[in-house]
Design a protein around this ligand. Structure first.
Ligand SMILES: Cc1cc2nc3c(=O)[nH]c(=O)nc-3n(C[C@H](O)[C@H](O)[C@H](O)COP(=O)(O)O)c2cc1C
Length: 175
């Protein structure tokens, strides 16, 4: 069965982004889909910086082989940091060999405590992913005031938000 990769695009400890990822994993499970989590807290940052300059490290290559190469659908859950998506996500995209993304599909979720739900960051990310020849799903979902809509365990406080996430994922599965 096809596995969906849910990417928590920050390494900030105790991030709301990770909680939203848990919510998406629950939604996918309820829909009978297999999904795995790529948590950016696990990224080998020092090796990745070296990787960018031509060195290849088994740790990062292994990560690409586990989380990117065999899969074709990715849910990028990206918090709003200074009006865009986090730098660690750009480093990740700059480090994975570009061919690994070609013609694969991306679903975008923006996360913020403010009102914008990282709308602008999702547009920035769309440009980069399309540069990498990815197909970006048209329904990009902002999750704003995140502390008021999702709990620690990934359950929704706000039912409306839960419904919006489920509808987004249903659409992405048939995209
Ligand atoms: C470095 C940094 C920059 C941030 N910039 C913004 C911002 O531009 N707009 C906003 O609404 N929230 C901003 N926030 C708050 C985040 O949206 C908030 O922490 C939210 O919970 C999502 O981030 P998290 O997944 O790290 O928890 C920022 C947080 C950090 C750590």
């Amino acid at each position: 069965m096809e596995r969906i990769v849910v990417i928590s695009c920050t390494n900030r400890p105790d991030s709301y982004t990770l909680k939203v990822c848990k919510a998406y994993l629950n939604v996918l499970k309820d829909l009978g889909k297999e999904a795995i989590l790529l948590d950016f807290r696990e990224l080998p940052l020092e090796q990745m910086i070296g990787e960018n300059f031509g060195k290849s490290t088994p740790l990062f290559t292994g990560l690409v082989h586990s989380y990117v190469q065999p899969h074709s659908k990715f849910v990028f859950v990206a918090p709003e940091y200074n009006g865009s998506y986090p730098g660690i996500l750009k480093l990740f995209l700059d480090t994975v060999p570009p061919r690994e993304w070609t013609h694969k599909k991306a679903c975008l979720v923006g996360v913020s405590q403010g009102r914008a739900g990282n709308l602008r960051g999702m547009e920035h990310l769309t440009g980069v992913l399309q540069y990498l020849k990815m197909h970006v799903f048209y329904n990009k979902l902002p999750v704003s005031a995140v502390d008021k809509v999702v709990k620690e365990d990934g359950s929704f406080i706000a039912e409306e938000q839960g419904r919006a996430c489920t509808e987004q994922i249903k659409g992405f599965l048939s995209f």
